[in-house]
Design a protein around this ligand. Structure first.
Ligand code: TYM
Length: 341
């Protein structure tokens, strides 16, 4: 059988489940804008149906979805060039997810580390949706035949599962229908760490607000969080190899590199040997310089919620135009009567 050629298409998603962090910005949003600007067809989604796999207060979810849309746009996503929408407006995601629930195996899902982390010791009390989360994620991607998915390091295992689901579907039905998607995990900031503990991921769910920079933080707060970030007592090493066993130092250098679009080696050429009392103000200035225009723009966009809702509805319509025929073809392959192909 000849391999079908899939047109390059980028898809990625973010949960509207709280504040956007510097991790989301450097690991995802900033890189999404790069792929859009490189001219690749790009589809970006606020995954509200993933968010409710754990309890979300409805009013907060609504606000977080709109704020996330504002975050996408303020980070450089142009809703004319890219497709920007929220997941629940495109029912084909959940329809394909059902098919994938029947393709994925219990054993595969049980191995997902994010389920184990989120469900914790009390897995019996976790929602069924949380367990099936990765199948919906595979559907998000494959309902567009997306070929590339830019994400942070923490999503790697979910993307491997997406590939497994595509391979098994293709094998079971004897087709070459779904592409085997490439995860795109690159750059200095694929895993931004907590400012309080360099061995833990920076996360919107960390109880300490000092552990993260939120995209809505004002300049003083950003500078204060960087000033108070945990470090060790030594000055920065002279080159990148000296960062190996120094998680906090490495994290701050990685953040500097990603914010300034430099490699870690380039940063070390300028900053190597500096004390933290010299390096932290450099980083704080850079972070304020890069992030405060984003938070200002998010605030401006949030003043016109109707416009945000209009953008999302229009994005959903464009998304459905791609997703509907792919879902219908899937149904036909699986033997559903009445599939409209
Ligand atoms: P979510 O909402 O947790 O995070 C959104 C994106 O931000 C990245 N990220 C980070 N990158 C670097 N350092 C960090 N500290 C950090 N924290 C978060 C994540 O890797 C992600 O790229 N399951 C996904 C959402 C999703 C999705 C999809 C993604 C649903 N369907 C389809 C891609 C394709 C999630 O919970 O991301």
């Amino acid at each position: 059988m000849t391999e079908p050629v899939f047109t390059p298409r980028v898809f990625s998603g973010i949960q509207p489940s709280g504040n956007l962090t510097l991790g989301n910005y450097l690991g995802a949003l900033k890189r999404f804008a790069n792929s859009q600007n490189a001219g690749v067809e790009s589809i970006f989604c606020m995954v509200d149906l993933h968010a409710i796999t754990v309890w979300q207060e409805p009013g907060k979810l609504r606000r977080a979805t709109r704020e996330l849309a504002a975050g996408f746009i303020a980070s450089g996503i142009d809703p004319q060039k890219s497709i920007l929408f929220n997941q629940s407006q495109v029912p084909e995601h959940t329809q394909l997810a059902w098919v994938f629930n029947c393709v994925a195996r219990m054993g595969w899902m049980k191995r997902m580390t994010q389920f184990k982390d989120k469900a914790g010791k009390n897995a019996e009390q976790a929602s069924l949706g949380l367990f099936g989360y990765p199948a919906l994620m595979a559907a998000d991607i494959l309902v567009y035949h997306a070929t590339h998915v830019p994400v942070g390091e923490d999503q790697k295992q979910h993307l491997e599962l997406t590939r497994d689901i595509a391979i098994k579907f293709n094998n079971d039905y004897g087709v070459d229908f779904f592409p085997i998607t490439e995860p795109v995990i690159e750059g200095a900031a694929t895993r931004v760490m907590s400012l309080r503990d360099g061995t833990k991921k920076m996360s919107k769910s960390d109880p300490s607000d000092m552990s993260r920079i939120n995209l809505t933080d004002d300049s003083d707060t950003i500078a204060k969080k960087i000033r108070k970030a945990k470090t060790d007592p030594e000055p920065l090493p002279l080159d990148a190899t000296g960062l190996e066993n120094r998680p906090e130092a490495r994290n701050l250098v990685n953040i500097y590199a990603a914010l300034s679009d430099q490699s870690v080696d380039q940063v070390m050429r300028d900053a190597g040997g500096k004390s933290f009392s010299e390096f932290k103000p450099m980083l704080a200035d850079l972070a304020v310089d890069k992030l405060s225009p984003i938070s200002t723009e998010m605030g401006r966009l949030m003043q016109d919620v109707c416009e945000i809702d209009r953008i999302l509805a229009e994005g959903a319509e464009r998304a459905r135009a791609i997703a509907t025929p792919i879902l219908q073809k899937t149904y036909e392959i699986a033997g559903m009567v009445g599939a409209r192909v």
